[in-house]
Design a protein around this ligand. Structure first.
Ligand SMILES: Nc1ncnc2c1ncn2[C@@H]1O[C@H](COP(=O)(O)OP(=O)(O)OP(=O)(O)O)[C@@H](O)[C@H]1O
Ligand SMILES: [Mg+2]
Length: 452
């Protein structure tokens, strides 16, 4: 593909000269005598380089530069000026110009500058495409780790419903992996080659959410300088996840329902309907039926979304997945290092209830990695809450649930620590209370890896 350069200058002679020089270098050139026309050309097409005069009859060259940077951040811009004051040049550079040329300039000067600017823009594009590839790779490596019966059943459901095109409502506590489930549904579906977009309904204001979803036409509201397609339009043919759908404002809910029924969208301020073919997934940690009762969620939309519901179980109901998840996160977060975890630390994690579910587990592992300078994560690297056993372990047995049972040695360790706390670290006193001698206490502390 040849390199395309847009040149904008109000003097026909200058335009022709520059175009001639650059064509001889093998570049394709497009010329424009006005700023307005240059902007139109930039809207329609992507150029590798823009060369523009600073003083144009209609729009300021700086304005053309700014819009170009907005539309195509990788495109470099060279400014030409006959009024070479340092100020304007510096201003242009601040707005992102690659460099400037003062009229009259030498052919060689132009050639070199163009070559350098193009090199820079090629590099930018390469970085951009590498970044995109990396994102794609991350996306394709979406994994739902777990071998508990609940996760196996979940995976089975996912692979079955992925092939259908129905709407799916994914529910579950915070951090259980609802987005992971949504990404898997997309990855296993016939739409997998198309886009997957997740939109968090809770972070936008009502009007912003509508314009993000449906897009807008230029002039639809103050600040809408140019038309912007909505996320639904961008994701056409692909999958859209409405995350935190329970937080979607009622008016947006009504609009979304219409889109789902009619399979068409209209940009805000627009008149044209755009055919829509997207698969809709929705996720929430709220109980939507309750929200419907409360009047904060539309019943008709609820029925529409609730064709199939997938419930992602909390981590405390599938504790057998914890070791697998821990090893997965250790590898994922520290790919170059073979970090291990001690049985005792893993034991603590198995006893913990994880109100924040898998996300909390991931955060704990991340924190432990940061604190651990050896090759094995141990109890001391866990957050304070987990270093000590939860209070529930010393409850009378009949009040404990089976998952709270802990080894006797653990009780002993806890008890010793409690007594030491009481005696403010005085070991002689502690040994007396415990009914053992100082050496035995010392041995026990060493055995349980406590600070001596
Ligand atoms: N089964 C799993 N296997 C691997 N990683 C997981 C699993 N479940 C969750 N995760 C990881 O845990 C984190 C939280 O998952 P995710 O964002 O999907 O949760 P969520 O249910 O959407 O949370 P929220 O309710 O807060 O939106 C992510 O980093 C995700 O990659
Ligand atoms: Mg989520």
């Amino acid at each position: 593909m040849s390199i395309k350069i847009l040149i904008c200058d109000d003097e026909q002679i200058t335009l022709d000269n520059i175009a001639y020089i650059l064509q001889k270098e093998g570049y394709t050139t497009v010329t424009s005598l006005t700023g307005k026309e240059a902007l139109e050309l930039l809207q329609k097409d992507n150029y590798d380089l823009l060369i523009t005069d600073l003083k144009l009859p209609d729009i300021d060259g700086i304005e053309v530069l700014k819009r170009c940077k907005e539309l195509h951040p990788a495109t470099e811009v060279i400014i030409i000026t006959a009024y070479a004051t340092i100020n304007t040049a510096v201003h242009a550079m601040k707005e992102g110009a690659y460099h400037y040329l003062t009229k009259p300039f030498k052919i060689e000067e132009l050639r070199i500058l163009v070559k350098k600017a193009l090199e820079k823009s090629a590099l930018k594009k390469e970085v951009h495409s590498l970044r995109q590839q990396l994102e794609e790779k991350n996306k394709s490596s979406v994994q739902l780790i777990g071998s508990s019966p609940k996760i196996i059943a979940l995976k089975e459901t996912i692979s079955q419903i992925a092939l259908l095109d129905t709407t799916v409502l994914i529910t579950g506590e915070t951090g259980t992996g609802k987005e992971v489930v949504a990404r898997m549904i997309h990855a296993l579906s016939p739409r997998s080659k198309e886009k997957f977009l997740a939109i968090n309904c809770s972070i936008f204001s009502e009007s912003l959410l509508a314009s993000e979803l449906f897009g807008y036409e230029a002039g639809a509201f103050t600040g809408a300088h140019r038309a912007k397609p909505g996320l639904l339009e961008i994701a056409n043919q692909g999958t859209v996840l409405f995350d935190e759908i329970g937080d979607m404002p009622l008016t947006t809910q009504a609009k979304l329902l219409r889109v789902l029924q009619e399979k068409k969208v209209m940009r805000v301020g627009g008149t044209k309907e755009i055919d829509l073919d997207v698969r809709i997934l929705a996720a929430t940690n709220k109980i939507l039926s309750y929200e419907v009762e409360q009047g904060s969620f539309r019943q008709d939309l609820y029925y529409r979304l609730n064709v199939i519901t997938i419930e992602v179980p909390p981590l405390r109901e599938r504790k057998e997945d914890i070791p697998l998840l821990v090893h997965h996160f250790l590898k994922q977060l520290q790919p170059d290092k073979e970090l291990k975890i001690s049985d005792r630390a893993l034991g603590r994690l198995m006893q913990y209830d994880f109100p924040g579910n898998v996300r909390e587990l991931k955060n704990i592992i991340e924190r432990s990695i940061a604190l651990c300078h050896a090759d094995t994560i141990d109890v001391g690297h866990l957050p304070p809450d987990l270093r000590q056993n939860p209070e529930s372990v010393i409850l009378p047995i009949e009040e404990s649930e089976p998952r709270h049972f802990v080894p006797l040695a653990e009780h002993e360790r806890q008890y010793i620590l409690k007594v030491l706390e009481m005696t403010k670290g005085n070991k002689t006193k502690a040994a007396k209370i415990l009914g053992i001698d100082r050496v035995s206490l010392w041995r026990k502390l060493k055995k349980y890896d406590c600070d001596i």
